[in-house]
Design a protein. Structure first.
Length: 565
């Protein structure tokens, strides 16, 4: 029997037993506890169900607030007890609703609570999400008091594993207060079926497979995954592509964004995943987490990552999907399909290198040599894998020929006629140095290198940076800084100094900016030394003082002279 059906039946039976005054429905976040209760409420017609009062105690600071939430919902539902309060002839209800969060036990309204709850079933949701100052013992005391003295019954919906007090304290309190506990522990398949009950899921088989591999059991997160899959499938040219290329990554990254996976691989790890590269770099010891992450990615069928993961993760972080980039990328995938036979042969060779013990190194090198003409269809990640494998087989000359063939092919490949400003961030993808150098060369031909002000402005306005910005500061000189500072207008000077003072404050900035920081400071010292009374020198001195970095200039320049405002 389906576990939701079984749990539904078990909960109904527990509610039918009158001796069960306090019942717990326990399960992880997102598995459908609230939904299950609402389904029961729709199905059942008995008076105890119709008159039940549901509240969430998310963020509740104390017991009084819980009681007021019960009263508020009782007013909404109506009933004899609520009418009794109305008949007091006062403006108590208006005051109650307007001062809902601030009333205390001294309020006359709370004197009605036992009458309101008598004979009723109170459903308390989000037990573990109550306010941090509200202790579990206080809630249990309230449940015990009202169940014993006022004939009130309670159903609490709870994720025991997220209780601040821990499961051991819960066990002690459970023994004293809880009369029955029903556990909802569906598998990922059932959660997926619940998630798509009223929603179409495109590529349902492929999405379900990824959900099962990741053991996702949060229905809300699964619905977000389905929404993202449908968005991409509806708006982008994916119908001819292999679902394995984008669906596993979409499911995984969405689950990561909503923290739905225990011991999950970080985003940077996912975006740098390359099984061939990792196996060839055996000098790096992998910890137990990395072995688990590799196994997970391998099970999902993620063999490599590229710009799709970067574009989609940016969408998850900002809510803005770069449609143009994603369309171009999928079109590039479509073009790659024309060369699918070659790609299959390349992957077959790489797998033979890793697993075929019956082939000698010389045989593998011959196979690689036969694939030389395929260099023109390889992307930077794939050509890197080929070069690494060939060099591992001691085929340095052949590796050089692959690099040369790949470089020559670029002039006739549409995908490289308009290189994006951002090339490969080597913190994400391992690219062979020669390949990376060629890509940067092409990029610089199409997008001239940034000067130091342009780089600074892009970092400030874009709240980020890539290799172009890093390179601009890496190759900068003190003389360039002096010329630039002397030529900037007031707004530009403000932006330029703002960035460099931020670098002084934040030591976590990339060490590759250190050359820029040093040149900036040396240039400021030089400008002051040449003419300390000039307007520019006075501005520099003033800004270093008000920013708290006066000492950085003091080794080279006395700052005793007054600063003109």
């Amino acid at each position: 029997m389906n576990s939701y059906k079984q749990v539904t039946q078990n909960l109904k039976e527990a509610l039918l037993e009158s001796d069960n005054k306090v019942i717990a429905l326990a399960g992880e976040w997102g598995v459908g506890k609230t939904h299950l209760w609402k389904e029961i409420l729709e199905q059942e017609t008995g008076e105890s169900y119709k008159s039940s009062i549901y509240i969430s105690i998310f963020g509740a600071k104390d017991i009084d607030e819980i009681k007021m939430r019960i009263l508020q919902n009782a007013f909404i539902l109506g009933g004899e007890a609520a009418k009794g309060i109305i008949q007091t002839g006062t403006d108590l209800i208006d005051k109650l609703l307007s001062k809902f969060a601030g009333l205390s036990l001294k309020s006359p309204a709370l004197l009605w609570l036992p009458k309101v709850t008598s004979g009723k079933l109170i459903v308390i949701d989000d037990f573990e999400r109550r306010g941090t100052d509200l202790k579990i013992q206080e809630i249990m005391g309230f449940l015990n008091e009202y169940s014993e003295n006022y004939e009130t019954r309670f159903l609490i919906l709870i994720n025991i594993s997220k209780l601040d007090e821990g499961e051991s304290d819960w066990s002690l309190l459970h023994e004293k207060v809880i009369d029955a506990q029903v556990n909802l522990n569906p598998d990922s398949t059932e959660c997926f079926e619940k998630a798509i009950t009223s929603n179409e899921c495109k590529y349902e088989t492929e999405v379900l497979r990824a959900v099962e591999i990741l053991n996702l059991r949060n229905i809300r997160v699964i619905r977000k995954i389905v929404k993202n899959i449908n968005l991409i499938a509806t708006k982008f040219p994916v119908n001819k592509l292999s679902a394995e290329r984008w669906i596993p990554s979409t499911v995984l990254l969405t689950a990561l964004a909503f923290k739905a996976i225990d011991n999950a691989p970080p985003f940077n790890y996912v975006c740098s995943y390359n099984p061939y590269s990792r196996l060839l770099n055996q000098h790096k010891n992998q910890d137990s987490d990395e072995y688990k992450w590799n196994s997970l990615l391998d099970s999902l069928g993620i063999n490599h990552t590229d710009d799709f993961e970067l574009i989609f993760n940016e969408f998850l972080e900002t809510g803005l999907l770069d449609s143009e980039k994603l369309t171009n990328l999928f079109n590039q995938y479509q073009d790659d399909l024309k060369n699918q036979t070659l790609h299959d042969e390349i992957n077959s060779f790489l797998k033979s290198f890793l697993w075929d013990a019956h082939k000698s190194e010389s045989q593998l090198l011959q196979e690689a040599d036969n694939l030389l003409s395929a260099a023109e269809v390889m992307n930077p990640s794939m050509i890197t894998n080929m070069i690494d494998v060939i060099e591992e087989l001691d085929g340095k000359d052949l590796a050089e020929r692959f690099i040369a063939a790949w470089e020559i092919s670029l002039s006739s490949r549409p995908a490289y006629q308009n290189i994006e400003e951002r090339i490969f961030d080597t913190s994400f993808q391992k690219i062979h140095p020669r390949i990376l150098m060629k890509m940067n060369q092409l990029r610089d031909e199409q997008h001239p290198p940034l000067d130091i002000y342009d780089a600074a402005e892009r970092v400030i306005k874009g709240s980020g940076w890539g290799d172009r910005e890093r390179i601009a500061f890496q190759v900068s000189t003190q003389e360039q800084y002096i010329d630039k500072i002397q030529s900037l207008d007031r707004n530009q000077l403000y932006i330029f100094f703002k960035l460099h003072f931020e670098w002084f404050r934040n030591s976590s900035f990339d060490s590759e900016f250190e050359n820029g920081r040093a040149n900036f400071l040396a240039a400021c010292q030089e400008i002051i030394g040449l003419n300390p009374k000039s307007r520019l020198a006075q501005i520099i001195i003033r800004q270093f003082k008000v920013s708290g970095y006066e000492s950085k200039l003091s080794n080279e320049q006395s700052l005793t002279e007054p600063v003109q405002p």
